[in-house]
Design a protein. Structure first.
Length: 193
């Protein structure tokens, strides 16, 4: 089993901590060619898209692998010397950028040592983004007050807005582009935040 870093927004971290988010979607890169079809790969519980050469596009992740979460964070005063911190924007939003010693840092620069969340991958598949089901929208942390068939439209609409707020600026990754995505189901490991 391997450990992989994975970035989540503050909103997603709050949903994971609350137990509402147990699934994530990540864009397949590179996107498969339109005419290539799919190839079966042992150990992956679905078929994988193939590239122009006909070879499967392999995911970085496998069922049983671990994900350590990178999120927006700050060191705090005298960090690491019995001082304050680290702070996490998802749960410590009271700290603002005007505080003398608090400077929010991008998740991309979060070291493993500071990560407070460890997830274990329990399922993996590949699908088109817009093929998300109502149950998967809920697993992505989206909620709805509507019932039955109206909820499906409401959940998909909320999820598409969330998706575009995170991925909409990347070429070919908007909801309307309907890219192929890796779908990772996970559980939060106990003993962490």
């Amino acid at each position: 089993m391997k450990e992989h870093p994975i970035i989540f927004t503050a909103e997603s971290v709050r949903a994971i901590l609350a137990g509402r988010k147990t699934q994530t979607r990540r864009v397949v890169n590179p996107q498969p060619s339109a005419e290539c079809g799919f190839a079966g790969v042992e150990g992956f519980n679905d078929y994988l898209p193939c590239g122009d050469d006909g070879e499967p596009i392999m995911p970085r992740w496998r069922v049983g692998d671990y994900l350590w979460v990178r999120e927006t964070w700050a060191k705090g005063e005298n960090f690491g010397a019995n001082g304050e911190g680290p702070f996490y924007r998802a749960t410590d939003p009271g700290w603002d950028d005007t505080a003398e010693y608090v400077r929010w840092r991008s998740p991309i620069f979060m070291p493993r040592l500071v990560s407070r969340l460890m997830l274990k991958i329990t399922g993996a598949k590949v699908e088109r983004l817009q093929d998300i089901s109502a149950n998967d929208c809920i697993s992505e942390g989206v909620s709805s007050s509507l019932r039955e068939h109206d909820a499906v439209v409401d959940l998909a609409g909320k999820y598409s807005a969330l998706w575009d707020s995170i991925n909409g600026k990347r070429p070919g990754c908007r909801w309307q582009d309907n890219p192929w995505v890796w779908v990772l189901s996970f559980k939060k490991l106990e003993g962490k935040a």
